[in-house]
Design a protein around this ligand. Structure first.
Ligand code: NAI
Ligand code: MG
Length: 357
């Protein structure tokens, strides 16, 4: 049996295009690896009425981790459940890690008012299972709720909807621990907690308490605490200030999209969903149906999942090699997809990165 069994799920639309390019790069690494192919998403909903069929669960369960392309979701379809949400929940993948690195020579890099491209190299840890995305909502709001808290009194008698921001202490703890552990293992200097504790006192307060507790175990790592609104401003002023950031679910969702845009947008945004027993690596973009099968889109976001995966399975050399190859191809600028002003295909970019290994 191969050393690494990896589940490979292209999904829908351009998920197939970018997965094919990523496969070229993985094959070129020559790892002792066996693919376990499966599928999920809209294609499976149409075929089986289930976005994650049983065979796919089996494939996931039998592997160390998964490379995932992109899927199509359509709102308002009765009974439809997003494949990626189901997989994240079943494996309790509470970490959403997003590396944001500017590659030299990328024409889409952030430019400051002086016209410079400050080097950006940040990693965002977003809590992935609770907070404002816990799906605990009320509408209409039960009468009892108006009696539960004095702050609710002024809303009485009106049409009220409430979304709960649910935090657990161990939920806060484990995402903060993951961020510090990563910082230490990767020689990072600083961890920033992103919060809004001056207004959302109890939930952000608990998050900061855990942040400070965990920080004590890492005396060599500098820490800062910043309000989320300030962070969104600093990102477009001094993005090179940041190193590792850790934050809660919705704040993480917002700041990671902003950060992605600083380093080239959707074509460069990769993410790792990780729990204690499984991990899934996917680009942040969707299935872009209008480009499906045209081999036009940028596979770099998908290919950036490979170093994340290699790091996870303990192949650190390979992780570094793929990062370096991506950097080389971007810098040379000879092979580029349309988003970078080029006319190369998805697979040509994959091949160029494989050749640069
Ligand atoms: P999208 O990310 O699929 O595409 C939006 C636009 O961004 C594309 O039309 C294209 O112009 C550009 N783009 C995306 N990926 C690119 C790449 N690799 N290279 C160059 N340009 C790229 O978002 P959209 O159109 O809002 O959603 C399409 C479908 O994808 C929907 O069904 C949506 O629900 C789903 N989706 C799935 C996600 C996932 O699989 N995690 C995330 C976001 C959307
Ligand atoms: Mg998002």
């Amino acid at each position: 049996m191969a050393k690494h069994r990896i589940c490979r799920i292209p999904g829908d639309g351009i998920g197939h295009d970018v997965m094919e390019a990523a496969t070229i790069v993985v094959e070129a690494l020559g790892l002792d690896l066996e693919w376990v192919d499966a599928d999920a998403g809209w294609c499976m909903w149409e075929k089986h009425g289930n976005t994650v069929p049983e065979a796919t669960w089996k494939a996931l369960e039998s592997t160390k981790c998964c490379l995932f392309g992109a899927i199509t979701s359509k709102p308002g379809v009765k009974g439809f459940k997003s494949a990626i949400l189901q997989i994240r929940q079943r494996f309790d993948m509470y970490i959403n890690l997003r590396p944001m690195k500017s590659y030299e020579g990328n024409p889409l890099n952030f430019r400051n008012p002086k016209g410079e491209n400050p080097p950006i190299d940040m990693v965002i840890f977003r809590e992935n299972t609770e907070g404002l995305y816990s799906a605990v909502e009320f509408h209409p709001t039960p009468e009892a709720m108006f009696e539960m808290h004095p702050g609710m009194e002024r809303f009485k008698g009106r049409d009220v909807a409430v979304s709960c921001r649910v935090f657990t202490r161990d939920g806060c703890r484990r995402i903060v621990e993951a961020a510090f552990k990563y910082a230490k293992e990767h020689g990072r200097k600083k961890v920033t907690a992103v919060h809004k504790a001056n207004v959302i006192r109890l939930t952000c307060g608990m998050f900061l308490e855990e942040f400070r507790e965990v920080a004590k175990q890492y005396p060599d790592i500098e820490t800062t605490e910043e309000n989320v609104d300030a962070v969104t401003m600093w990102f477009v002023k001094n993005p090179d200030f940041y190193d590792v950031l850790v934050t809660t679910n919705m704040f993480g969702d917002i700041i990671s999209d902003e950060a992605a845009q600083l380093v080239g947008g959707l074509g460069f945004a990769a993410s790792a969903n990780m729990g204690d027993r499984y991990a899934l690596f996917e680009p942040s973009h969707g299935s872009a149906p209008k480009y499906a099968g045209m081999y036009k889109v940028n596979p770099t976001a998908m290919i950036k999942c490979i170093p994340l995966m290699c790091d996870y399975i303990g192949e650190k050399e390979e992780a570094r090699a793929v990062e370096a190859a991506i950097a080389r191809v971007v810098k040379e600028g000879k092979v580029r997809t349309y988003d970078l002003g080029g006319s190369n295909t998805t697979l040509e970019v994959g091949q160029a990165i494989a050749d640069a290994l």
